[in-house]
Design a protein around this ligand. Structure first.
Ligand code: COA
Length: 207
């Protein structure tokens, strides 16, 4: 089993890009079936979110692949959250629809506090703060330290982008993710309660 960092160059082949996005969407949905993006639909993840993220110069994806080059674990990180979201929307052919959709969502009473907290981030956000958007390991590969390995690969990559701090949001009852982050030196800096769940903002100094 090898670990490799997926580069934009590796994804320039359109066929590979489609397969990659499908796999990322599948792992994302299996890892967090109740999160907002999974609820929107795997089609959203496969056709909108991950292609946009891969195209964004403000995002990195690190992945663990098996001997058949199939992704078994990955982490997606925004180097700058606002720019990354803008890149994802701008990448879409019907971008005005997506701008409209994001406005409707941000005016919705239920989602507004969540969206604001996603955009406004933890108090220490700055140009030098990156954020883990998603990290997941396929069920049958869990507990083999791929999560911890991905976090340290991401750290190396962030150093190359002069990022000083990396933040992550984790549900209070997500014990494995919490342990994984804490093993890599992440500490709680803030929290929000949304729809009856408490989410912890964790932060970690990269360099
Ligand atoms: C969180 C997650 C990415 C961890 O992936 P992983 O590759 O299994 O993680 P690791 O093997 O590196 O282990 C991380 C920690 O969790 C513990 N752990 C992981 N799976 C475990 C299991 N099945 N049983 C007991 N402990 C487990 C490990 O022991 C380790 O803690 P330690 O350093 O104290 O030993 C994985 O559980 C997952 O995909 N969860 C669903 C998606 C998710 O919640 N993502 C995070 C929010 S975005």
């Amino acid at each position: 089993m090898k670990t490799s960092l997926i580069t934009k160059e590796l994804l320039t082949d359109n066929n590979l890009l489609l397969i990659t996005c499908e796999r990322l969407a599948m792992l994302h949905a299996a890892g967090t079936p109740n999160d907002l993006m999974t609820q929107i639909g795997t089609g959203f993840l496969k056709n909108i979110f991950y292609p946009g993220l891969i195209a964004s110069p403000n995002a990195v994806i690190s992945a663990v692949v098996d001997d058949n080059e199939s992704i078994v674990a990955f982490a997606a990180v925004a180097l700058n959250m606002k720019r990354c979201l803008r890149d994802i929307v701008s990448f879409q052919p019907l971008r005005s629809i997506w701008y409209g959709f994001s406005r409707v969502l941000s005016n919705n009473k239920l989602w507004r506090p969540f969206i604001e907290s996603m955009l406004l981030r933890a108090p220490e956000q700055s140009k030098r703060t990156a954020e883990i958007l998603m990290i997941t390991t396929a069920h049958s590969y869990r507990g083999r330290r791929f999560g911890i390995k991905l976090l340290s690969t991401i750290d190396d990559c962030l150093k190359g982008h002069s990022i000083r701090t990396c933040i992550a949001r984790v549900r209070e009852d997500n014990n494995y993710a919490t342990r994984m982050y804490e093993s890599n030196g992440y500490c709680e800096v803030d929290s929000i309660t949304f729809n009856g769940c408490r989410w912890r903002w964790l932060s970690h100094k990269v360099a």
